[in-house]
Design a protein around this ligand. Structure first.
Ligand code: UT7
Length: 326
């Protein structure tokens, strides 16, 4: 039976660091509040000339290098993003051209913070079906452009970055074992950008009112996330007759340290088995899991044969998990 195995990972984060102390000078907040409520200390901010495809390109080149694969061998590129270069064309098409993946199909996926796992699942399905053999999956976000820098309830949370993985078909027992995707659109307004689409096209008025910035009902989102993530991970494990202690590493979406800790605690997992890097990058939406995965791989926290779980929760609402035998 064909499986999809991750054969290369990569990340790129912009050089500019914005610390909590820097944000203290911009809005009525404090380093202490941000650290205690979120776990974030600093985040990266893209340079003026950098857009999502620029970050994606750097991360993808790293992933291809570590897989030992040339871009021209790729069959498909999927980019998960809510902050693509422009509404049309897809960021994946721009990336396909810039990376030189001439024969690859390319499209974007929008599932907000769960976007990377949604994209991974799509790649996995194509590979299992025997349609494609080599797929590049990227999460890339320049959220700083969608952020209202006068709104303290959101601007302290977000950051820019990109992560990428190369997936290849294999007959072995290692690879993606299962992916679970969920959505509940009835809560779409907990996290959204009101203007700039067909519902409310951009006008002078929408720009003036900041309606093209991200709006979040943080506390309500927080509560649903904690409730949902434990169930999601447990059902993934149950399906494969695994216990939490069989997991070598949990790689959660990096939204809030309190959400991550609460989920780990409910699962009975010590934090040494949880990948955490949001202190350095903040919430980078679809990019957060592939960035964390790349750091985990390069720092030796993931070894051949390990079971790892990816899990995410975000706008839509959407939530998703993936169980991988590394
Ligand atoms: O990426 C996937 C989806 N997103 C998430 O999963 C994020 C989920 N939500 C969160 O991470 C948290 O809800 C936040 C970090 C956004 C907020 O933490 P909270 O504990 O839920 O705080 P809150 O929204 O209930 O606000 C508590 C207080 C409020 O003041 P009052 O009304 O109690 O006087 C806020 O006005 O904290 C105030 N506040 C701040 N104070 C200082 C909100 N933001 C700030 C701030 N600095 N930056």
């Amino acid at each position: 039976m064909l499986k999809a195995r991750i054969t290369g990972t990569g990340l790129y984060v912009p050089k500019k660091v914005l610390t909590n102390l820097d944000i203290e000078k911009m809005v009525d907040t404090s380093d202490e509040w941000i650290r205690e409520r979120t776990g974030i200390r600093e985040r990266r901010i893209a340079a003026e000339e950098e857009a999502a495809s620029d970050l994606a390109l750097m991360a993808s080149n790293e992933a291809l290098k570590s897989a030992g694969l040339k871009a021209r061998k790729l069959d498909l590129i999927i980019v998960a993003t809510v902050s693509g270069d422009m509404p049309l064309p897809s960021t994946a098409c721009i990336l396909q051209h810039r990376i030189g993946a001439k024969k690859a199909a390319a499209f974007d996926v929008n599932a907000a913070c769960s976007g990377f796992i949604y994209a991974l699942s799509t790649a996995d399905a194509y590979i299992r079906a025997g349609i494609y053999r080599r797929v590049l999956v990227v999460g890339s976000e320049v959220l700083s452009r969608l952020t209202d820098w006068t709104d303290r309830s959101t601007c302290v949370l977000l950051g820019d970055g990109a992560g990428a993985v190369v997936l290849e078909a294999t007959d072995g027992d290692r690879g993606i074992l299962s992916v679970k995707l969920n959505a509940d659109g009835s809560m779409w307004d907990l996290l959204h950008i009101p203007a700039g689409g067909s519902r409310m096209p951009a006008t002078e008025k929408t720009v003036k009112e900041g309606l093209h910035y991200m709006k979040m009902r943080g506390n309500e989102t927080f509560k649903v996330a904690v409730r949902t993530l434990e169930k999601l991970v447990l059902s993934t494990l149950k399906e494969h007759k695994l216990k939490p202690e069989d997991i070598s590493l949990l790689i959660p979406h990096q939204a809030n340290l309190r959400i991550i800790s609460a989920t780990a605690k409910r699962l009975g997992l010590g934090l040494e088995k949880v990948m955490i890097n949001l202190d350095r990058y903040g919430n980078t939406s679809a990019a957060s899991i592939p960035i964390a995965l790349d750091e985990a791989v390069r720092s030796g926290r993931v070894r051949e044969g390990d079971y790892i779980i990816l899990e995410a929760f975000g706008g839509g609402l959407t939530w998703a998990s993936a169980l991988i035998k590394w």
